[in-house]
Design a protein around this ligand. Structure first.
Ligand SMILES: C[S@@+](CC[C@H](N)C(=O)[O-])C[C@H]1O[C@@H](n2cnc3c(N)ncnc32)[C@H](O)[C@@H]1O
Ligand SMILES: [Zn+2]
Length: 305
């Protein structure tokens, strides 16, 4: 079992998991596969079958992120994840945020970073890489995403699990929790974060991809969504900050298709259809166009012990 996976619990009976034939099993005999591509499948037969992003969407995401267009977001997340509870500056590189009481997690004093709806684990790999004592756990339901996440970084393990249910991890087991443009589950986030732990939540800003909204038929950011998020955070977390990160990206036709495909419209339209639609806004001389990328990063902390 990958060291990061040792924190996981049986999704049926919540007992610890140990290596078994072809996968892992709990003391009560519930067994789960480690897929050939390296991720642990903790989805049970009873679970609703949500498939997540398709292979084409995940390839597009991998290509687009690989070009570095969202590098400022990844860098800012890594920086925010280094801040100490209460906003103090980062301590020395070897310090662990985990206390002795965290031994129940089965991963020793390592700092555990969990990304839910992790996709290719692009952001998670960078956050984990920032400190040598960090382990990362990428959770998603998309097979294509999990295959990439499992090899995103040597200290990142990948697990198939639906964000909507109860998560197969013990209370207060996670030091840093990331949710970037992914479904969220605030009650579980609150249960899993240890005292002093940090939640980093990224949602689209109001002007995100504004130039493409009409041609791709993207829905605008509903103002009610922000209020709902504020309400979900309030009462659960002690200290909250919110910051905007906006960049203008100059993109060619291929990059625009990738960017479109990796979003929700990728569930309804393929590359050929999107290329056709984008032809309506792209200058014919092949010079590309400017597109606004806009993120809101919410940082929330659990009350320390
Ligand atoms: C917009 S992508 C974001 C991926 C990654 N966080 C990033 O920023 O590159 C959303 C991800 O959430 C996953 N997802 C969708 N529904 C899910 C669910 N119910 N449980 C777990 N993951 C889910 C998708 O498969 C997809 O990889
Ligand atoms: Zn079990």
């Amino acid at each position: 079992m990958h060291p990061a996976l040792r924190v996981l619990r049986c999704p049926v009976c919540a007992a610890p998991l140990a290596d078994g034939p072809g996968g892992v099993r709990c003391g009560a005999g519930h067994s789960f596969d480690v897929e050939r591509s390296g991720y642990l499948n903790l989805r049970t037969g009873r679970a609703r079958r949500v498939a997540g992003d398709t292979a084409e969407m995940i390839s597009a995401r991998e290509a687009f992120l690989g070009r570095g267009h969202y590098a400022p977001l990844t860098a800012r997340l890594s920086q925010l994840a280094l801040a100490r509870p209460g906003g103090e500056p980062p301590g020395d590189e070897t310090a662990s945020g985990a206390d002795a009481g965290a031994e129940h997690r089965g991963i020793g004093p390592a700092e555990l970073v969990l990304e839910i709806g992790a996709g290719t684990a692009h952001h998670l790999a960078a956050v984990v890489d920032a400190r040598p004592n960090r382990l990362g756990l990428a959770m998603d339901v998309s097979k294509s995403a999990l295959r990439r996440a499992a090899r995103a970084h040597p200290r990142v393990g990948a697990v198939a699990f639906d964000v909507a249910g109860g998560w197969p991890l013990p209370d207060a087991s996670v030091d840093i929790l990331l949710d970037v443009f992914a479904p969220r589950n605030l009650p579980e986030m609150h249960r899993l974060l240890r005292p002093g732990g940090t939640l980093l939540l990224v949602t689209p800003g109001e002007d995100h991809l504004a130039e493409l909204r009409e041609v791709l038929g993207l829905v605008g950011i509903h103002p009610g969504k922000r209020a709902r998020l504020e309400a979900e955070l309030a009462g659960r977390f002690t200290r909250r900050t919110s910051e905007a990160l906006t960049r203008t990206l100059h993109l060619g036709a291929d990059e625009l298709v990738e960017l479109a495909l990796m979003g929700p419209i990728g569930h309804h339209a393929d590359a050929a259809e999107l290329r056709h639609r984008l032809g309506a806004v792209l200058p014919p001389d092949g010079s590309g166009m400017d597109v606004t990328a806009s993120f809101v990063i919410d940082r929330a902390e659990m009350a320390a012990g």
